[in-house]
Design a protein around this ligand. Structure first.
Ligand SMILES: NC(=O)c1ccc[n+]([C@@H]2O[C@H](COP(=O)([O-])OP(=O)(O)OC[C@H]3O[C@@H](n4cnc5c(N)ncnc54)[C@H](OP(=O)(O)O)[C@@H]3O)[C@@H](O)[C@H]2O)c1
Length: 324
C-alpha cells in the first residue's frame, strides 16, 4: 500500500510517500480502507522527533492518529462491526496510509450528516476534549469553561461540544481573523490575546475549568482566574513545558492542576472514551449542533504541504489528507 513515512527526524520534507506493507488486523481489529486522515499537531512533533513520552526513535514510522473510511475486513472476535461499515477511528499511529488496522472498539460510525471525508477530523478532537474536560476536569452543569487556542482543531470542536451541552464558554485566539470566525460561530466570549490580556479580561468571571495547550506563563495566569475548586488541564505546553507557579494560588482556592496525553492511554481507556462519546456527543452531530470545522484537504502525497500549513499556524480548524 501507499503510505507516508517519516524517513528521519526533521522538517516536512522528511515525509515521503513510499510502498509499505498492508497491515493485517488481529482478532479484535478491523481493517479500514482509509478515505481521509486527520493531521494533528502531535504528528508534527513526532516528525520532529521530539518524543513526549520519553522515547527517541529513528525508525521509519507512518504518522496519523485518526482516520475515516470503510471496513473491508474484520477479525474473528469482532461482533460489533461488519464489512462495509463506514467509520471514523482513533489510532495510535499509521493513519497517513491507504489501509490501517484498528481495534474495533476504537471505531465509531460516521455521524449522520457528516461526510466520510469530514469524519476523519472528529476522533482526536472529540476523544481529547471528552477525556480532559469531562473526565479529568469533571465539568459540571452551570460551570464555566475556557479553552485556549479557540481556532485549533481541539478548540473549534471543544467549544461547540461545550456550547451544545449548555455550558458558558470563553476562548482566546491570536488574530482578528480568528476571533471573527469564532464570533460568527457564536462560540462564547472571545478575545484576541495579542490585543488584550486574557487574565485581566476574564479576571472576574470565576472560570471553573480551563483547557490549555500553551503552558509557559499562561499557567500561573490560568490559576489566578480560576474559581474556587477550579481545574486547570494541560494538553500541551507550546510556549513552554516548564512553568513557574505560586503554590499559594492553588492552596488558597483548592485548585486542581492536571493534564494528559491521549496517545499513550491504554486500549481500555480509549474504548471507554469511545463508548462515552458515542452516547453523549454523537447525538449532537445528528442534531446538527456540532460539526468538524475543516480548513483544507490535501492529497496524501502532499502531506509535507499539510504539515507546513499547520506549522505556519494560520489555519482554522482541521487539516486533512485524502486518499483519492
Ligand atoms: N495531550 C493530548 O492528548 C493532545 C491531544 C490532541 C491535541 N493536543 C494539543 O492540543 C493543541 C491543539 O491541537 P490541534 O491539533 O488542534 O493543533 P492546531 O490546530 O495546530 O492548534 C494549535 C493552536 O494553538 C494556538 N497557539 C497558542 N499559542 C501558541 C504557540 N505558542 N505556538 C503555536 N500555537 C499556539 C494557535 O492559535 P493562535 O494563533 O490563536 O495562537 C493554534 O490555533 C496542540 O498543542 C496539540 O499538541 C494534545
Amino acid at each position: 500500500m501507499k503510505a507516508i513515512n517519516i524517513t528521519k527526524s526533521g522538517g516536512p520534507e522528511v515525509l515521503q510517500l513510499q510502498e509499505s506493507p498492508k497491515p493485517k488486523p488481529d482478532k479484535n481489529q478491523v481493517l479500514i480502507k482509509v478515505k481521509a486522515a486527520g493531521v494533528n499537531r502531535s504528528d508534527v512533533i513526532t516528525r520532529q522527533n521530539i518524543d513526549l513520552y520519553g522515547k527517541t526513535s529513528q525508525e521509519t514510522l507512518i504518522p496519523g492518529l485518526e482516520v475515516s473510511g470503510e471496513i473491508i475486513q474484520v477479525g474473528e472476535n469482532v461482533k460489533d462491526k461488519k464489512i462495509g461499515d463506514k467509520v471514523c477511528a482513533l489510532i495510535a499511529s499509521g493513519g497517513y496510509a491507504e489501509f490501517v488496522a484498528v481495534d474495533s472498539s476504537h471505531c465509531l460510525p460516521v455521524p449522520e450528516g457528516i461526510s466520510l471525508t469530514e469524519a476523519a477530523g472528529i476522533p482526536e478532537t472529540v476523544f481529547t476534549v471528552w477525556f480532559n474536560v469531562f473526565h479529568l476536569g469533571k465539568l459540571q452543569p452551570g460551570e464555566k469553561l475556557l479553552i485556549h487556542g479557540g481556532t485549533s482543531g481541539i478548540g473549534t470542536m471543544g467549544l461547540q461540544m461545550a456550547k451544545a451541552l449548555g455550558f458558558k464558554i470563553y476562548t482566546t485566539a491570536g488574530s482578528d481573523e480568528k476571533t471573527d470566525f469564532l464570533n460568527k460561530m457564536n462560540l462564547g466570549t472571545v478575545i484576541n490575546y495579542k490585543k488584550e490580556a486574557f487574565e485581566k479580561v476574564f479576571k472576574d468571571e470565576k472560570i471553573d475549568v480551563i483547557l490549555d495547550m500553551v503552558g509557559g506563563d499562561y499557567t500561573q495566569k490560568n490559576l489566578e482566574i480560576l474559581n474556587q475548586k477550579g481545574r486547570l488541564i494541560n494538553i500541551n505546553g507550546m510556549k513552554n513545558m516548564e512553568v513557574n507557579i505560586d503554590l499559594r494560588t492553588i492552596m488558597s482556592k483548592n485548585l486542581n492542576l492536571t493534564g494528559s496525553f491521549l496517545k499513550p492511554q491504554s486500549a481500555e481507556v480509549k474504548t471507554q472514551i469511545a463508548q462515552a462519546v458515542e452516547q453523549k456527543i454523537w447525538p449532537l452531530f445528528h442534531s446538527k449542533q456540532i460539526h468538524p470545522v475543516i480548513y483544507k484537504t490535501f492529497p496524501l502525497k502532499d502531506a509535507a504541504e499539510a504539515h507546513r500549513l499547520m506549522e505556519n499556524g494560520n489555519h482554522i480548524g482541521k487539516i486533512l489528507l485524502t486518499m483519492d
